[in-house]
Design a protein around this ligand. Sequence first.
Ligand code: CAA
Length: 241
Amino acid sequence: MTRVALVTGGSRGIGAAISKALQAAGYRVAANYAGNDEAAAAFTKETGIPTYKWDVSDFDACAAGIARVEADLGPVEVLVNNAGITRDSMFHRMTKDQWNAVINTNLNSLFNMTRPVWEGMRARKFGRVICISSINGQKGQMGQANYSAAKAGDVGFVKALAQEGARVGITVNAICPGYIATEMVKAVPQDVLEKSILPHIPVGRLGEPEEIARAVVFLAADEAGFITGSTLSANGGQYMV
Ligand code: CAA
């Protein structure tokens, strides 16, 4: 049976690696994206994975987008809530817009995306919901009160929903990546990266997107049905919980 997987933010960064890894594992994959049409077109050309544009912070857009994916590919059985943004700023300079943008895209998206697929997963008695949280939701990060709050919220969402899904064959898990070599991390000022971040990663390097993708494939598998409500850290030893 070929299962259908939907990856938000699935055409760039960690999300692109997740989409490709799920495809390689035999899933029919749809990749959502929000803004970068050029990157999405290039991604589809390279991989054959269809891309769908909508904003995960908008509930109605998510419901409509998911309906399009399901009409094209079939019911979504694996949902990877990966899309996320940063608007880093010390709190004394953080604006309401910076706060709201991150909470809406990184946390409210979990409701917006998971709610429309949840009833179908319950009815079919199978589902995998995997949320990409962050080390910075676990430990907190200066300059990221908005992002850390949203990412910690992801973990609470996962733990609550895992309890609801358990009896109907749905697992809900979080992965907490550390600092991964993507555009998001490359946007961190170089001196901050070199002086304040890299020295605290015991493996001595940034992670690779593929190192997160393989954890997604592991949790998505039919055989992973006993793993639910968990938080899987993949951070090079930077923070151990
Ligand atoms: N870890 C430790 N110290 C940090 C830090 C970090 N991640 N970020 C900033 N600092 C320190 C700086 O080294 C600096 O220390 P000194 O005063 O001793 O030099 C102090 O905080 C103030 O920083 P800035 O001088 O850079 O202040 P600023 O107002 O110009 O900028 C900032 C503040 C926007 C937060 C900027 O420092 C920044 O972008 N920092 C990176 C924050 C960060 O780690 N973001 C993670 C992005 S990647 C991601 O989010 C993916 C994920 O899930 C892991």
